[in-house]
Design a binder for this molecule. Structure first.
Ligand code: HPA
Length: 256
């Protein structure tokens, strides 16, 4: 295990570019790390990058694996273990999502305030490893209130008003039906996506505080009279990547 303490970052679909902006970069392809699930989704670079952001040591997973690729929840959450062994003390997760809340628009960055696990699985099923955390971990502040405040202030200094929202995590890979989106809105979801939940459960289990930033890449199914496409998701990610990178650069050094 590394003795320097690092801020961990997981970068979602099309958002991997931030890793290339670190100083003193050392990159490792996921395929060189035993146990690490290799992503097959397009837009997921697939490398673990350590480096520095000013005075802060950072460890970035550029690309993630998903349940829809056939990985188990344990495999999807494995990077959290590995990053912790490599010195991670706090975590920033990013993802692409569909906007359910109609006050959002594509390209918005939204702070994840909470999640709803609709994936049907949990990375902590099976025997509990007490060295990671308790059998029944608390999830009442899965996304740190303090980190959200830091992000809001950093955002407003950049002229960005960051809203908050509840993220519903589904297994995918089909996008939702309009009826499913109406259901998700009814149960309190503002955002929908196919990632993040397993990693955030594993991080909370290990007592690691989390900041979640979601990029609304499209409005969710049925909200606009148009079909959803992965290329729209990628294009919006591409459009906001500089803003997201700037936000990450402003926020990460403040995450204690
Ligand atoms: N639904 C689920 N996952 C997503 C979406 C969506 O609309 N957009 C980006 N990831």
């Amino acid at each position: 295990m590394s003795d320097s303490s690092k801020v961990g970052v997981i970068l979602g679909s099309g958002l991997g570019w931030f890793a290339d902006t670190l100083e003193n970069r050392v990159e490792k392809p996921y395929s060189d790390i035993p146990g690490w699930p290799v992503s097959t989704a397009t837009g997921h670079a697939g490398k673990l990058v350590t480096g520095r952001l000013g005075d802060t040591d950072v460890i970035v997973a550029a690309g993630r694996a998903h349940l829809y690729e056939g990985y188990t929840a344990h495999q999807v959450a494995y990077p959290i273990r590995e990053m912790m062994w490599r010195g991670m003390r706090t975590l920033v997760v990013t993802n692409a999502s569909g906007g359910i809340n109609t006050s959002y628009k594509p390209g918005d960055l939204v702070l994840i305030a909470d999640h709803i696990n609709l994936m049907g699985v949990n990375p902590l099923t099976g025997p509990n490893d007490e060295s990671f955390g308790p059998r029944f971990p608390d999830m009442s502040e899965a996304y740190s209130v303090e980190y959200r405040e830091i992000a809001k202030q950093a955002g407003s200094a950049m002229g960005l008003t960051l809203k908050e929202g509840v993220y519903a995590g589904l297994a995918g890979p089909s996008y939702e039906t309009p009826a499913e989106i109406r259901y998700l809105r009814t149960i309190g979801a503002d955002l929908v996506g196919m990632s993040t939940v397993p990693e955030v459960i594993a991080a909370n289990h290990m007592g690691i505080k989390v900041l979640g930033i979601s990029c609304v890449t499209n409005m969710a199914a049925g909200i606009l009279p148009q079909k959803l496409t992965h290329s729209e998701v990628m294009e919006t990610g591409e459009r906001v990547k500089d803003t997201l990178a700037a936000l990450l650069r402003a926020v990460i050094p403040q995450l204690k």
